[in-house]
Design a protein around this ligand. Structure first.
Ligand SMILES: [Zn+2]
Length: 519
């Protein structure tokens, strides 16, 4: 007898192989049989998947549920589970929740989440894994170790190049974290506490990865006018240490930079053909969800939050910043405030609306908002080209990821629709655009990320793999969210199994079944 038997569906196994009508038997937490006809009597619970696709659970390799802290205050992570996501990778963009070399380490997440009420009872990466392993979670969780977390733990709030001795200690912390379960190293080179890292420092840290067969995940130093140099930097780093590279949420921000897109893709393809294991993740939306202070000139934000606030208020600096913003040729008026710490009145407004309310220019409104919210402002910006997003989504080098966080309840802030809709929107695009086969599309959600993570027993449907499974309707599957109404489950994701249990069915979670996975 099998605990669960999924019958009559088309199995798309995640490897890229052609879908076939097969039945899938699950016992305890594993898939134990995949065969043409398994008698119905063999299943204690039988799921009829007629006219449905049966695929591995989706692996969201670029996720921020840790830095937005919802992993702790909304552990069910329903918005992810409802999309068919069964595993997430956190610790992205340079910020992980461990190791914590000092009290300052955790501050790397405060650009996304207020630290008030955050309760931490671990220090090392191993203790973090141990602590999360004792928690019931709605999805499986893996984590990278973040460069900014390690760096800030040592350099505290000062922003400067690290000294040799500090680099050596950082390397030890990275080594130890990788040995204690981190799946790779992440960097967020655009952010204040990493922007001053030397090439020597970055190379030293990346050299920890190869002996452990782990990968490098990079949020590029620039996604706008300096993106070509930023891509070169990432490729050079990975090539020098011969490690697999995944660029996070690849995009070219700002219409005046869109002409760089072809050059970016070219560089990646050349690196791939020269033998570098290179990939990128992408979310299928034309707007970014970013920290507002990263729009300022580098000198104004590189010294951290207190200095950002000082520069935004001091008359001479303020004038310099305004000149920079005005001469950038970018339209900031369309930027929408999604999260405004302690100022819910700003949420949902564009900078143009705030400017008009305050009787100031859009650029001044930006600085006023940053000051009022103590530099904790997250925004939506429709600054990406639809056509380019589509090319990235269907590129042979792409993995589809949400770059979002898991939510189970609405709040006064707006979340990016990708938190509820990334995977189903991608599946809808696959159906409508017919650019890639269903088999290649599913691989981008399953085997591709599993391969990078070295996850041997997830990401495919085969005998003896873990039973993380999605049953969805290829004809109806779609997202149902937009920027004003981001809190809605998608359509067509019918059943989700995590670790052999039905975790989502009838459009609601059954009540957790994920777990922390250290590798
Ligand atoms: Zn990022």
């Amino acid at each position: 007898m099998y605990d669960i038997l999924i019958k009559n569906g088309t199995v798309i196994d995640g490897t890229g192989n052609v879908g076939r009508k097969l039945d899938v038997g699950v016992e305890k937490d594993r898939i134990v049989e995949v065969a043409a006809k398994i008698p119905e009597a063999k299943g204690r619970v039988v799921i009829d998947a007629k006219d449905k696709f049966v695929t591995p659970g989706f692996i969201d390799i670029q996720n921020h549920s840790d830095s937005y802290f919802t992993l702790f205050d909304q552990p069910q992570q329903s918005s992810l589970l409802a999309q068919g996501i069964t595993s997430i990778v956190v610790g992205n963009c340079g910020s992980s929740l461990a190791p914590l070399a000092s009290l300052e380490s955790i501050k790397t997440i405060q650009k996304w989440h207020d630290l008030a009420g955050v309760n931490i009872n671990w220090v090392t990466f191993g203790e973090f894994v141990q602590c999360l392993s004792q928690k019931n979670l709605g999805v499986n969780v893996l984590s990278l170790v973040g460069h900014a977390t390690v760096r800030r733990g040592l350099l505290k709030d000062s922003v400067r190049p690290a000294q040799m001795e500090e680099m050596r200690v950082m390397k030890k912390l990275v080594d130890k974290s990788l040995d204690e379960g981190a799946v790779g190293l992440s960097m967020g080179l655009i952010y204040a506490h990493e922007v001053n890292s030397s090439e020597e420092e970055l190379k030293l840290l990346v050299s920890s990865l190869k002996p452990r067969r782990k990968f490098l995940s990079i949020h590029l130093r620039s996604e706008a006018s300096h993106i070509l140099e930023a891509v070169d930097e990432a490729i050079d780093l990975a090539t020098a240490s011969d490690v697999a590279l995944k660029i996070s949420h690849l995009k070219v921000r700002g219409q005046k930079n869109w002409h760089l897109f072809d050059h970016v893709l070219n560089k990646l393809e050349i690196a791939y053909h020269q033998g570098l294991k290179i990939s990128f993740d992408v979310y299928p939306y034309d707007s970014s969800w970013s920290v507002l202070y990263t729009y300022l000139p580098k000198w104004a934000y590189e010294a951290g939050r207190a200095e950002i606030l000082r520069h935004s208020s001091a008359a001479a600096d303020r004038r310099k910043i305004l000149d920079y913003l005005k001469s950038s040729g970018q339209n900031y008026g369309q930027i929408v405030i999604a999260t405004a710490e302690n100022n819910p009145g700003f949420v949902g407004k564009t900078l143009a609306q705030i400017a008009s309310n305050q009787g100031v220019s859009v650029e001044e409104a930006m600085l006023n908002t940053i000051t009022a919210c103590r530099a904790q402002v997250v925004v939506f910006d429709h600054n990406l080209s639809d056509e380019q997003v589509e090319l990235l989504v269907f590129s042979p080098l792409s993995i589809i990821a949400s770059d979002g966080a898991g939510y189970e309840k609405e709040s006064q802030n707006l979340v990016h629709p990708r938190c509820f809709g990334a995977m189903p929107k991608f599946l809808r695009m696959v159906r409508e655009k017919k650019t890639v086969s269903w088999e290649m599309a599913i691989k981008k959600l399953t085997m591709e990320p599993a391969g990078l993570l070295n996850l041997k027993d997830r990401g495919k449907i085969a005998k003896n793999t873990m039973a993380d499974i999605v049953v969805f309707d290829p004809v109806t599957v779609t997202d149902l969210v937009d920027y004003e109404h981001p809190y809605k489950f998608p359509l067509g994701i019918e059943t989700v199994l995590i670790n052999g249990k039905i975790a989502f069915a009838d459009n609601k979670p059954a009540g957790l079944f994920g777990k922390m996975i250290g590798i």
